[in-house]
Design a protein. Structure first.
Length: 247
């Protein structure tokens, strides 16, 4: 799968900015997508685990159809489990059933899959995404700690071997944790193995969200109304800061 151009969005050059939508009701979600058509971002992430009817597959698909009527930029679908920072309990069978259904609907350009859930099912979902020209972001989150540099590199490398874009997000409990994440990202950048996203979460890790180009991340996440992860800052500020870092 070639990820470098996604629905008129050139993924090369400056890191792209993704804004998560975390509304609970259909109206809240659609209103925010309407507003985001004019925001300073490159793509939007629907955090489906916030949706009040996330357990109803047909309602999720209907929601995506309605989003597509008001929003025409690239759309990333993310169903986050509790274990990796989500807000709804979602069992493994339903997790893959819904993700596969969203892929087959062809209503999204990208999909986030938690990589270390069930290896066999992840591989099947990645293959299904490739058949349907949906870009996969394979992700790994740690909300308790920052693993050692070698572990970060190993996780990202495994995800790179399977999907299109690898994403790792870890919590920063100290300044040293931030440096560990950035050092691992820099090594991955120099290896030039594939596109990745590396985020140090929390207030200490904000620097990782704006210095992404320097350390190799192809994308960052910024908030519009509400944060979907610790340390996200407003999309307008992120856009300006990334421009400054680029210069």
């Amino acid at each position: 799968m070639q990820y470098n151009r996604i629905k008129n969005l050139n993924m090369n050059g400056m890191p792209k900015i993704c804004v998560p939508v975390t509304g609970a009701t259909e109206n809240e979600i659609l209103d925010e997508f309407n507003e985001l058509n004019n925001a300073s971002m490159d793509l939007v992430e629907l955090r489906a685990d916030y949706f009040e009817f996330v357990q109803d597959q047909s309602k999720v698909i209907e929601l995506l159809k309605k989003i597509r009527k008001v929003y025409d930029k690239p759309l990333l679908f993310t169903l986050r489990t509790k274990k990796e920072g989500g807000v709804s309990y979602i069992d493994a069978d339903y997790y893959f059933k819904l993700n596969d259904s969203v892929i087959e609907s062809k209503l999204v350009e990208l999909i986030d899959i938690e990589f270390f859930s069930q290896a066999e099912k992840v591989e099947n979902t990645v293959n299904l995404a490739r058949k349907n020209n949906v870009v996969t972001i394979l992700s790994s989150h740690d909300f308790l700690k920052t693993p050692p540099e070698e572990e970060i590199i190993l996780r990202v490398s495994k995800m790179m071997d399977c999907g299109d874009i690898a994403k790792i997000a870890v919590i920063a409990n100290s300044e040293e944790d931030v440096l560990t994440l950035l050092s691992a990202a820099l090594k991955l950048k120099k290896e030039k193995k594939g596109p990745f996203i590396a985020i140090s979460m929390g207030p200490l890790g904000i620097i990782s969200r704006i210095s992404c180009e320097l350390f190799g991340s192809c994308m960052t996440y910024a908030s519009h109304k509400a944060q979907s992860a610790p340390g996200q800052i407003d999309v307008t500020f992120v856009k300006e800061l990334i421009k400054i870092m680029h210069i």
